[in-house]
Design a protein around this ligand. Structure first.
Ligand code: C2E
Ligand code: CA
Ligand code: CA
Length: 323
């Protein structure tokens, strides 16, 4: 049989003598430019430039720094409270990763996660995150703190590893964490890429007793028929629908939020509304979809906090509620 193969090329260009004086440098810079061409969607060319050079260098430095950080515990998990919209109680927290840098201070995940994903480092980092979150759950249980669930973000590169489920199981076992308090956040695009295959993987995760949630819901494309088939627990409504939200419950965003929430309720999914910053937004959400299965996460209540500050936040919250 005959097949037709489609071949495309990504080209990186460096020019003598502006970019380099010898072959070795020129090839290195052309290679960097080629990487850039691939990142820009392939099938194109990129010229080496000073900005590009600096960017590649920064990425390399960041990569090296992350390897060190894994060895020397320079990553930290911050926790952002998720508050029940009816009772006002903190019921959960999203674990958000931070990277400490000795001169740059705290580096945001928006900066380092993409590099970690490109280099494959995300796999090791991701397991570190899950382990840390599990250890935290056990600590809270030992301290007899109220049971607060922790959700962690898992990247596509990580979940696609054949050993993901068994490693997750090992971490849960070895830490002794209650899997029912651990939730895994996946973005829609992750599970929609290969839905049939993913259903069985998600089911395996569910058999460990771990919860599953869809992050940034409404920003990717979701096939609603699959949504029903996935063994999900929670749907997180993306911040982009909340940004423009005002008191007006008839605005476009408000209508979308109430539609998503109606669907989630029909599918018996819990809802987390992300990015709530003002009391107007909170009132609007409570009017649209506030009920016992809706949690609110946003700066209005709190930014992500280091664990100590998070615990203080929770104890104030409980004291306040018991009054
Ligand atoms: P995300 O999973 O959508 O996390 C929510 C982001 O929104 C967090 O940013 C949080 O600080 C921010 N946020 C929460 N409430 C508000 C609000 O009211 N207003 C505004 N303006 N922002 C709010 P952060 O911590 O910078 O994390 C950014 C992204 O980095 C996360 O987006 C997630 O995709 C990724 N990320 C963070 N930690 C991890 C991790 O451990 N693993 C992986 N794979 N990705 C992570
Ligand atoms: Ca998330
Ligand atoms: Ca999100």
């Amino acid at each position: 049989e005959h097949y037709s193969l489609v071949v495309t090329a990504s080209i990186g260009i460096s020019i003598y003598p502006v970019d380099g004086a010898n072959a070795e440098d020129l090839i290195k810079y052309a290679d960097m430019a080629k990487h850039e061409a691939k990142e820009s969607g392939k099938s194109c060319y990129r010229l080496h430039s000073k900005e590009l050079h600096e960017r590649s260098l920064n990425r390399l430095k960041l990569e090296e720094y992350m390897r060190e950080a894994l060895k020397h515990d320079m990553f930290e998990l911050f926790y952002q409270p998720q508050i029940n919209s009816i009772t006002g109680k903190v019921e959960g927290a999203e674990a958000l990763l931070r990277l400490h840098h000795d001169t740059l201070g705290i580096i945001s995940p928006v900066e380092f996660i993409p590099v970690a994903e490109d280099t494959g480092l995300i796999v090791e980092i991701g397991y570190w995150v899950i382990r840390k979150a599990c250890e935290q759950l056990v600590k809270w249980e030992n301290d007899n703190a109220a049971s607060i669930s922790i959700s962690v973000n898992v990247s596509v590169k990580q979940i696609n590893k054949p050993k993901f489920v068994s490693t997750l199981q090992d971490i849960i076992k070895s830490t002794g964490a209650d899997p029912a308090l651990l939730e895994i956040e996946l973005t829609e695009s992750i599970i929609m890429i290969n839905p049939e295959e993913n259903i069985s993987k998600l089911q395996e995760i569910k058999t460990l007793g771990v919860k599953l949630s869809i992050d940034d819901f409404g920003t990717g494309y979701s096939s609603l028929s699959y949504l029903k088939k996935f063994p999900l627990d929670t749907l997180k409504i993306d911040r982009s629908f909340i940004i423009g939200l005002t008191k007006d419950t008839r605005s476009d965003d408000a209508v979308i939020i109430s539609a998503i929430s109606a669907m989630a309720k029909a599918l018996r999914l819990n809802i987390v509304v992300e990015g709530v910053e003002s009391s107007d937004q909170l009132d609007c959400i409570n009017a649209l979809c506030g009920d016992k299965d809706t949690l609110i996460q946003g700066y209005y209540y709190s930014k992500p906090l280091p664990v100590g500050a998070f615990i203080d936040y929770v104890s104030c919250n409980f004291k306040y509620l018991s009054h």
